[in-house]
Design a protein around this ligand. Structure first.
Ligand SMILES: [Ca+2]
Length: 379
């Protein structure tokens, strides 16, 4: 590997790309929106052009109001019966992963059923629904892994309401807003950690107008996951250091549901001894109680009890295990359910997961390689 390539790999680790989508927050209004209209809902019709988007079925342009609060008090789009919007963008860069963040809320009062929101791209498909008591805001941020594409490939991203069997008038329809796409290249192991993304810094981009973190729904594959290199079991929350207590860096995982968590796997040498260190804590969101976290590394499993006052403390832990095969799964699961005083689901925070060869030879060897490349690059 040329030194330049080596450095480009290291510098390539994740960057947010605002501006991939046109009109991602729907602040450019439809062409025929009546001026001075006081109605917060405007039904798009055959004479309407919504900048950046094509649409079908029942789609309404929504203005934030008392009954329909929106991020940033702005505008959004509601997908009613058979409602669908889509936009095609062109991949810019080779083999980049694309991760979408968006907000979801519901419009309508006293409705009996919430219609789900279906988000799809050529290689991915996800269904989302507002989750009661998972945040304090009236809207919720979610993330979805869109796929990996090469330079100039067209990607059609589609949002549509899920069909409901009940009466359409007693259905609350999804309102979508604040779309943001993050791209990143192939992740590599850090020189002190056999796990890529053990600090959870490579995940969806946080929205500037949300303080509730991002809900991550089940993702069985660590490759096709909004949290790079980790599969998601159940529901977890991706939290930022701006609004939560994060032990290391800018982001961490709060496990907000019982039997939920994260899992990764990495190549190891069978018979070698490894050490797994990690930080557990609370997000400073008033989550009090005794957290029980099940940690598994290879064939070693341990339940850790952590007393939380809900004020943002954290503690480092470690466990040592001998690899009994060439690949080791590493899992963190919350075994308890918690709610804070406002009734919001919460739980243990996991961060800074580091896997190292217990002998330490791997890390010093890689450090030397790094130094040699650094010298070569300077010369
Ligand atoms: Ca972190």
């Amino acid at each position: 590997m040329k030194p330049q390539t080596f450095f480009s790999v290291f510098l390539f680790l994740g960057f947010a790309s605002a501006g991939i989508l046109q009109n991602p927050d729907f602040e450019s209004p439809p062409t025929n929106l009546p001026e001075n209209s006081t109605d917060p809902f405007f039904l798009l019709n055959e004479n309407t052009t919504l900048p950046g988007w094509t649409f079908q079925g029942t789609v309404q342009y929504v203005k934030a109001s008392k009954s329909t609060p929106l991020p940033g008090n702005g505008h959004a789009v509601q997908l009613g019966q058979d409602g669908k919007i889509n936009q095609t963008f062109i991949a810019n860069g080779d083999n980049l992963n694309y991760i979408l963040t968006f907000t979801l809320t519901y419009g309508g009062q006293d409705c009996l059923v919430d219609a789900g929101l279906v988000v799809s791209a050529p290689d991915s498909h996800g269904v989302f629904a507002f989750k009661q008591n998972y945040g304090k805001e009236k809207w919720q941020s979610f993330a979805h892994y869109l796929g990996i594409w090469g330079e100039d490939q067209p990607i059609n991203i589609v949002f549509e309401s899920q069909a409901v069997e009940s009466d359409v008038n007693s259905t609350c329809w999804p309102i979508v807003d604040s779309l943001l796409i993050k791209t990143f290249g192939t992740l590599v192991q850090g020189h002190d950690n056999l796990l890529a993304n053990g600090g959870f810094e490579d995940g969806p981009h946080f929205l500037s107008n949300s303080s509730d973190g991002i809900l991550l729904e089940p993702a069985p594959s660590p490759i096709q996951s909004p949290l790079s290199q980790f599969s998601i079991i159940g529901t977890v929350k991706y939290i930022d250091s701006k609004h939560f207590s994060v032990p290391q860096g800018n982001a961490a995982i709060e496990i907000v549901s019982v039997s939920s968590g994260i899992q990764t796997a990495t190549k190891v040498i069978e018979g070698s001894t490894y050490s797994l260190t990690f930080t557990l804590g609370d997000a400073n969101d008033g989550c009090k109680g005794d957290f029980i976290i099940g940690v598994q590394a290879g064939s070693v499993a341990q339940n850790i009890t952590l007393h939380s006052a809900g004020t943002g403390s954290s503690k480092k832990f470690s466990l040592t295990f001998k690899a009994d095969s060439g690949a080791t799964p590493i899992t963190f699961l919350s075994l308890t359910s918690h709610q804070n005083r406002d009734g919001i689901f919460c739980g243990p925070v996991v961060d800074d997961v580091v896997l190292s060869d217990s002998s330490g030879s791997k890390s010093s060897e890689v450090k030397w390689i790094f130094l040699i490349f650094l010298l070569l690059a300077i010369l």
